[in-house]
Design a protein around this ligand. Structure first.
Ligand SMILES: C[S@@+](CC[C@H](N)C(=O)[O-])C[C@H]1O[C@@H](n2cnc3c(N)ncnc32)[C@H](O)[C@@H]1O
Length: 329
C-alpha cells in the first residue's frame, strides 16, 4: 500500500521550505497509521506544530488550499516548475557553488599525478565538466584541457567562462573522442549520477579507452554511507549573489530512498520571478563496488584514498577519491 503523499504534494515541500521536516514526520506518521483521506489534515496539524512561525503561516495557507481541492489546480503549476537535471540549474550553478574548493581539488589531483610521473604534457580531459569550475583549475595549471558533459546548458556556461577551451557534448557511458589524454578527471560526485553498476562500469571503460599508455584517471565518488546518512533528512538553504547583480534563493532538500537505495535531492531555486525544481538522484559506490568495475574496465592498478591526505579510506568515509592508472602497453 502506498502511504506517502502523492507526487504533487511531495513537490509542495520545496514551496514550503521550513515545513519539509514536518512533512517528513507527517509521512512517517501516516505510514504507521495507514491514514488515507486524512493525509492533508495530518500534514496540516504536524506542519503547524513543527514548522515554525513562517512555516506555520505558509502551511495554514497550504492546508486550506489543499482542503478546498486546490491540489488539482496546483499540479500543473508545480509540474511546470520541474526541470530536467542540470538544465535550468546551469545559470545559477556557479553562484551556488562559489565556495567549492576546486583549486584544492586540482592541487590534490595534480600532486598525485606528478608524483606518479606525469609531467603535464599529453593533455587532460575533464569528464562531466559542468560549468567548468574544475576545468578552469586544470587550465590554470598549464594543462591542455578538454571538457565533456551531457548537458548543453552546463556547457554553455563553461564555454562562456573559458573561451578557447574545447567543450564537447557527450554521455559518460558512451562518448568517443579522436584524442587520447595523459590525465582524465571526473569530480564532484558526477559518477554518482550513474545509477547502476553497469552504467558506472561503462563510464570507467570509456575513461580507460581515452587514456594514453601510463595515463591516470582521477575521480571522486560518494560512498553508500555518504549517500545514505549524509543525505538523510538534510537540507541546505541560502541566498547567493550572481554575476549579473541578481541573487538566487535555493533550498535543496535531500532524502534517501531506502527502497531504491538512492539519494534524492529536490533542488528548488528562485531567481526573481523564475522558480524551478530539479530532482537529482545519486547512487553511492563503496571501494568494494568500485574494485571489480575498475578491473573490468582494464585499469592496470589503482589507489582509493581519502581527501586531502591520501590516507586509505575509513570504513565510514562518506566520499573517496580514486586514482586509476592505465598500463604502459
Ligand atoms: C555535480 S555536477 C559536477 C560538474 C563539475 N564536474 C563540477 O565539479 O562543478 C555533475 C555533472 O555531471 C553531468 N552528468 C551527469 N550525468 C552525465 C552523463 N551520463 N554524461 C555526461 N555528463 C553527465 C551533469 O550534466 C553535471 O554537469
Amino acid at each position: 500500500m502506498r502511504t506517502g503523499f502523492p507526487a504533487r504534494v511531495q513537490a509542495l515541500r520545496v514551496r514550503v521550505p521550513r515545513a519539509a521536516m514536518a512533512i517528513r514526520w507527517a509521512e512517517r506518521f501516516m505510514g504507521a497509521s495507514g491514514v488515507g483521506g486524512g493525509r492533508v489534515l495530518v500534514c496540516f496539524l504536524v506542519c503547524s506544530r513543527y514548522a515554525g512561525r513562517s512555516g506555520r503561516r505558509q502551511t495554514v495557507f497550504l492546508a486550506m488550499f489543499l482542503m478546498r481541492g486546490g491540489v488539482g489546480r496546483a499540479g500543473p503549476i508545480l509540474a511546470g516548475m520541474q526541470r530536467q537535471p542540470f538544465t535550468a540549474l546551469a545559470a545559477v550553478y556557479d553562484a551556488i557553488m562559489a565556495d567549492v574548493e576546486y583549486d584544492h581539488w586540482a592541487d590534490f589531483v595534480l600532486t598525485f599525478a606528478r608524483d606518479g610521473g606525469l609531467d603535464g604534457s599529453g593533455g587532460a580531459l575533464d569528464l562531466a565538466c559542468g560549468t567548468g569550475g574544475f576545468t578552469r583549475e586544470l587550465r590554470a595549471a598549464g594543462l591542455d584541457v578538454t571538457g565533456l558533459d551531457f548537458s548543453e546548458e552546463m556547457l554553455r556556461e563553461a564555454r562562456a567562462r573559458l573561451p578557447g577551451v574545447p567543450f564537447v557534448q557527450g554521455d559518460l557511458r558512451s562518448f568517443a573522442l579522436p584524442e587520447r589524454f595523459s590525465l582524465v578527471t571526473c569530480v564532484f560526485d558526477s559518477l554518482n549520477n550513474l545509477l547502476t553498476p553497469e552504467d558506472l562500469g561503462a563510464a570507467l571503460g570509456r575513461a580507460r579507452a581515452h587514456l594514453r599508455p601510463g595515463g591516470l584517471f582521477a575521480f571522486d565518488v560518494n560512498t553508500r554511507v555518504g549517500v545514505r546518512e549524509l543525505w538523510e533528512g538534510d537540507a541546505i538553504e541560502g541566498l547567493a549573489p550572481m554575476a549579473d547583480g541578481g541573487e538566487v534563493h535555493y533550498h535543496w532538500s535531500h532524502h534517501h530512498d531506502a527502497e531504491a537505495d538512492l539519494g534524492v535531492v529536490q533542488a528548488f531555486c528562485r531567481v526573481g520571478e523564475l522558480e524551478f525544481v530539479e530532482t537529482h538522484r545519486e547512487r553511492g559506490y563503496d571501494p568494494a563496488d568500485l574494485e571489480p568495475l575498475l578491473a573490468g574496465a582494464g585499469f592496470a592498478r589503482w589507489e582509493i584514498v581519502e581527501y586531502p591526505d591520501y590516507a586509505p579510506p575509513e570504513p565510514d568515509a562518506p566520499r573517496v577519491w580514486v586514482f586509476a592508472w592505465a598500463g604502459n602497453e
